[in-house]
Every structure is written in C-alpha cells, then in structure tokens.
Design a protein around this ligand. Structure first.
Ligand code: C2E
Ligand code: MG
Ligand code: MG
Ligand code: MG
Length: 285
C-alpha cells in the first residue's frame, strides 16, 4: 500500500511525510466520531484580577480524550476541525456545555469561550449563542466570547456587525492572543471590545527581551487609555506578576494561578481562594 511505496522513492516526499498525511486523515475521521461518543470535555482555568487576586471568571478549554491516543491537544485538533467543518458542531457543544457549567458557579464569575473564526463566520453563530444562553439559563453578561485577531481581520464590516449584535445581547467580547495575529490597531479603534488578552509570548519573553517588554507596556497603556481592561496570558512566575502589576495590567491567567482543570476541581480552587482570603496563593503577595 501507499506506505510501502513512499519513503521518498515513488513520490517526491520527505521521509515521514506520507505517514503524517495518513495520520492526519485518521485523526480527522476520529474527530467526526468524537462528538457522537462524548470524547470531549472542558477544562477551566481561572482568570484572576491582579489587584484583588480573586478569580473574575474561568476560560473553558476543550480537551479530547481519544480512545487510543490519550489526550489530544486542541492545538493539534482545532485546525483539523476547522478544515473539515466539524468545528461548528464542536463549537456549539462547547458553548452550551460551558454555559451550563457556569450556571453552577457563583454568579459574579463569567465563563470565557473560545470561538473559531470558521464558527464565528457561520450564519447560525448568533442563534447558537442565544440557544446556549436560553437552554442553560445563563445571563448573557456572564458569557465572554474569545476571538483572535485573525477572526476579526477579514470582512471587517460584517465582523463589526456580528460583534455589535453579540454585545446587544449582553455578551462580552474578548480579543485573544493579542499581538500575534494580523495585528491592527484599527481593530482596537473600530471593534467593540470588553477585554484584550495579551499573548503569552510577550509575557514569557519580557524579562529577557526589552522589545517584548515595550510591547507589553504599550498594550496595557493603550488598554487603559481606551478603557478596555487588559489580561496577560501565560503568567508562570512571581516576577511576571510584579512586572505586570507595575505596568498596570488588570488581570492575569497562567499556571501560577491554576492550570486548566475539570470544573469540580477548578471551582474548588475558587472556593478555597475566597474562603481563605487569598492565603492559598502560591506566590508571595
Ligand atoms: P488560548 O485560547 O490562548 O488558551 C490559552 C492556552 O494557554 C491554553 O492552552 C492554556 O492551557 C495555555 N496556558 C495557560 N496558562 C499557561 C501558562 O502559564 N503557561 C503556558 N505555557 N501555557 C498556558 P490549550 O488548552 O492547549 O489550548 C490551546 C488553544 O486551543 C487555545 O489557546 C485556543 O486557541 C484553542 N482552544 C482551546 N479550547 C478551544 C475551544 O473550545 N474552541 C476553540 N475554537 N478553540 C479552542
Ligand atoms: Mg482563549
Ligand atoms: Mg489566548
Ligand atoms: Mg494564547
């Protein structure tokens, strides 16, 4: 079969390329079965207010428990799901599941849901959101939609319209991974945004790279001036917390404050924090 013909002889392929293509097809057909067989679950990671050190909400992050491969990273299967179109159905499931889960939390906490550009651009997206809210009973203001710049970049007017419609529902909008995509300051100017999430690459590089630090500083400054709260992703050390506080960043997310975990556990972290007035923090305040 194809595998034996390969090895760079019959095809101008690099060694291993054929196998990679085959693996991709296999994963894609597994993906289609995954929804049917309930192989997905959501992990939740706290979004933490930098001044009070209290969680303001949780980001829902999808996990795929593959029957033979074990846990598959969303970085590996989301692009596939976007290509085969399964992302629309998966995304619809994520929305409802996340809203339902958030209903079990204290009501000052919101849930942030990642939405793919492919999903966002379907005609049905708005109705999927309203359905998830209606079916779960979650108040719209407790749902935050995370979109990347790439999702917002093409077809500007239509994107702005869809965002305004979401906002009219009361849903919050967050720009994810800011600084890494087709960054345009026009997005910040023209789009209705409730939060800017600064990509973790800037946070991790800031200590050693003055340019990353400068970008961090500029984005937090811009957020402050434009009245859009900023959140820094990927915070792993006390030093990063101190730096972000000095820059006036509003909120943080990262392994230092909690890894993504199943809801029971993630919510347990929240209760512990609230109950013991911040004593449980792993960093020295
Ligand atoms: P994202 O939305 O930027 O999510 C943050 C990612 O950073 C998560 O990776 C999270 O586990 C990771 N992270 C959080 N804190 C730290 C830290 O301190 N250090 C490091 N090194 N990493 C940290 P994850 O869960 O693997 O998700 C990767 C990406 O997959 C997400 O990036 C998002 O773009 C996408 N994704 C995840 N869930 C969904 C989903 O339900 N729908 C869609 N469309 N995309 C999703
Ligand atoms: Mg996100
Ligand atoms: Mg992000
Ligand atoms: Mg990111």
């Amino acid at each position: 079969e194809a595998k034996r013909l390969g090895r760079g002889r019959a095809f101008p392929y690099e060694p291993g390329m054929l196998e990679a293509v085959e693996a991709r097809y296999a994963l894609e057909s597994d993906l289609k079965a995954a929804i049917l067989h309930s192989q997905f679950y959501l992990a939740y990671q706290p979004l933490v207010d930098l001044a009070s050190k209290q969680p303001i909400g949780f980001e829902a992050l999808i996990r795929w428990e593959h029957p033979t491969r074990g846990l598959v990273s969303p970085a590996d299967f989301i692009p596939l799901a976007e290509e085969c179109g399964c992302i629309v159905e998966i995304g619809q499931w994520v929305l409802l599941e996340a809203c339902r889960e958030a209903m079990t939390w204290e009501d000052h906490l919101h849930v942030a849901v990642n939405v793919s550009a492919v999903q966002f651009k379907t005609a049905a997206f708005l109705s999927h959101v309203t359905q998830a809210l209606a079916e779960s009973g979650l108040p719209a203001h407790r749902l935050e939609i995370e979109l990347t710049e790439t999702a917002m970049v093409t077809d500007g007017p239509r994107v702005a319209l869809a965002l305004s419609a979401l906002r009219m529902l009361g849903v919050k909008i967050s720009m994810d991974d800011f600084g890494t995509g087709y960054s345009s300051l026009a997005h910040l100017r023209d789009l209705p945004l409730d939060r800017i999430k600064i990509d973790r690459s800037f946070v991790s590089a800031a200590a050693s790279d003055p340019n990353s630090m400068a970008v961090l500083e500029a984005i937090t400054q811009l957020g402050r001036t434009m009245n859009i709260p900023t959140l820094a992703e990927g915070v792993e050390t006390d030093e990063q917390v101190a730096m972000l506080q000095a820059l006036g960043c509003d909120a943080v997310q990262g392994f230092l404050f909690g890894r993504p975990a199943r809801s029971e556990h993630a919510h347990g972290i929240d209760k512990k924090w609230r109950g013991e007035a911040g004593k449980q923090h792993r960093f020295r305040a």
